[in-house]
Unconditional design. Sequence first.
Length: 631
Amino acid sequence: MRDIALVESSTERIEATGNTLDEAILEAAKKAGTSPETLEYEIVDRGAKGVAGIGTFQYRILAKINNELQNSHSEYKEKEEILDGSYRIRMTAGKVYLKIIPPKKGGRSVSVYEIIEVLRGRTKAKFDRKKVDSIVNKEGNKFEFLAYFENDPTQDASAKCSISPDEMSASIILFPPGMDGIDITSRMIQSHLNNEGLYDNIAEEKIKDLVDNPVYYEPTVVISGKPPRNGETARIKCHFEISPPEYVLRADKDVFDTREFANIQNVKKGDVIAEKVPLTLGTPGITVTGKSVQATDGADKTLLVGANVTLSDDETKAIAAIDGLARMSGDRVVVDPVYTVNGDAGLKTGSIKFVGSVVVKGNVEDYGEIYADGDINILGTVGNAKLKALGNIYVRRGISGGVDCQVTSGESIVSRFVENCQVMVEKFLIVSDGIVNSEVVSLESIVCRGKRASIVGGSLSAANALDTKTLGSVSGSRTMVEVGIDPRLRLEEKRLSQLVQDASKKIQSLKDMVRLLERRVHQERSMNKKPEELKDVLLELKIAIEQLNEHMAERRENEYKLEAIRTELESQERKGSVNVYRWVYPGVTISVCGESFKLQQEMMFKTFVYRDGIVSVQPYEDPKIEGAKNK
């Protein structure tokens, strides 16, 4: 699709279809009365050839006119439409007529000398040069009487009519007039067509155009028959892709990027996942001589369904009986309830996107991606990959991660260990062995319990509590822990603060630029330069001022949002705790309800809570995190 962000224009969206994307765009342009270059579009359905005739369907797009592109294209067309003037000479019924077609967009005017030379080659009649000059100067774009001439019928223009072997078209070949011969007329052409028995099919507009702009010695089609249109065979249109897309080689790594490898087709119970497009009857054609041409009707096809799919009463629609995976099993449409990877998931399986639960019986390798509306259950390890589930995520052997590793859960995450990973979890992160050098955000609590349970390095935020056996390390690894504040609000505060800072830098830079440009304009005006010579620098100044105003407005808006976030943070109930039931080391910074405490020495069996505006250090208390022990 134009992976690009285009300027919003008309809100009217045009739906168009075609066997190819180009055909769909051309159809949209035709409906909009514009050229394809002025459209921006969104692909709604991608066309597919299908397999064995099943699953064939067209591209479908939603398009609209982009005003900037249209204006740019119009300017380009205007530049192209610079046309020289031209003229037409018509000799008929003993009279010579002259028509002058004026130039466009500064084109060259017609030459009187050229017209006179052509007239001398067409007629021996005398004509007044001043009359020619007068008609040329008028540029009236209509035929003006110029002179009388004595017609020589033997030199008249002539025409010949020919009919194609299949009788689907009739053409006219024109032969030019000689000295004092008259030009071709509509009546002469019609006479030739009538002689061929084409009384009812005269194409008046085409004939008129041929008379006004004659083309000699080349056949011009003036009448076309109506070809027969065979009916289309019934086909099965699947609302999911059944042909695997091509792999795309990534530019930054010597591997295949299959992030958009949509090989899993998600459906909900009750969804129409395939339908039968009925056959169509053929439409007979007709030749230019009036003969009928027979057409063939399309053939029928049956919609076949398999497991977990039902047919509508009229047997034209396949309906999913459960949530799951839609696929073709032979020539039947089926739905599988759970997506299972029997080995490892990664580049070879592609990006897995599934509406149910996903089970991986092996590992999730580097660059693997899994997105599930249910749970994700991985029996092996997770490398530098991305996991996202609306339900729980279970990783039996742990997450080793990497620079791009991201794990997001709408419920809880349970893993043996988490290393070098960005974690976002709606409820609990529960780890048995440890969390190392990771960024963790939990909207409930973080629990690290087990014989080797420890949290070392990184930053961890939890709305309620963090409970671990060991926090930090003897080597003083920098470890940041924050509890008692909604992490989403804190992240939004940081994001808005950064936007305000970035906007301030940009504003200062633009102010400097505006001052420089204003100084330059002043200097050039003092040198008495003409307004057109200042056009470019004034345009630069205008753009810089507009950008400055935009960034200042953006900064004000983000400052208002930031103030609202900070007010909400201040109003939150101040509760939360960090519970360490073994060692906590220097290098650890603990923030509770917005107040920070940096450890300067080792401690054991401690709980950190908010008391009277400071972080209070108390003997260890079991946090009794509700719900976490059942995970």
